[in-house]
Design a binder for this molecule. Sequence first.
Ligand code: UFG
Length: 340
Amino acid sequence: MVLKMSHNQKRILVTGGAGYIGSHACKALSAVGYTPITYDNLVYGHPWAVKWGPLEKGDILDRDRLDEVIAAYQPEAVMHFAAYAYVGESVENPGKYYRNNMAGALTLLEALRDHQIDKFIFSSTCATYGMPQKMPISEDHSQLPINPYGNSKLMVEQMLKDFHAAHGIRSISLRYFNAAGADSDGEIGEKHDPETHLIPLILDVAAGKRSQITIFGDDYDTPDGTCIRDYIHVTDIAEAHILALEKLKSMNGACAYNLGNGKGFSVNEVIETTRKVTKCSIPVQIGQRRAGDPARLVGDATLIRNELGWKPAFSDLISIVETAWNWHKNRLILEKNIIC
Ligand code: UFG
């Protein structure tokens, strides 16, 4: 079953539109006059996050279902967010990641080829770079992933070059650094199950839902000994997708841009900022290093700033944590969890 829809609305197929980053992209698409068609298997996505267009339940590995949805809506482009993204799990169960992230993307691309849809925006990751050789990381840095998650994303980037050469599918891959924060209107935000990301875990501690945050190592070669990451607001990521969509109308090729702030914050700095924003106590314990964590990961996003005019609106850590806290707190209140 697919919803009927007027054909004068501009439609974009958003795979993974019920997920954290995909739902923010749907909101941004709607704000500029598109109807996002969310295609999501709801394994990790949330029906409540689909607010700006129809939800079509389906799996990216299901070619028949993809054909049905694409034929019904005839989207002018695709934003592809649907993927598994637990780095540790990808090491334990690589088949799951190659099947969903790589074979799923391949199934989707073949469907687009057959339906003559030639614009594609791909959620890629800084994990495609592997261990950084120089900092900040620019797009021409070597891509040598150190886990199956990064490999699966890099394989899709490679497929996109070949699908452009053979079938004319134009694409932009956006390599996100650490996506964080939440919609500033508080309509959507980050909710993973299980949660492994630093900021939502610290917010759970602030709210009293978890007893403490474990810092994964304080003996790194950084000023305070804890790992440095480039946190980028999810709304700024969503805006970059809108700019990429515009760019695809006039561009020919398969290219990639980094999405980061070019600023790094340590785990300790994130915890301290969260204490200031929430005014709650955040007990900390020092744990072992987590395997595969580089000391420092900071992106150089000069290319997307210069070529697409992208400018992050929430580049400071305070606004990233404030928006995340606003959404997190309201959700926990609704779920009747403890606040401070
Ligand atoms: N960290 C802790 N304690 C925790 C959780 C995280 O100290 O309980 C630290 C990590 O060691 C890391 C930093 O906080 O230094 C950020 O960790 P996240 O798990 O939030 O994010 P990652 O940097 O590991 O992962 C992000 C994306 C991945 C992507 C990866 C690329 O979420 O999808 O960057 O390196 F693959």
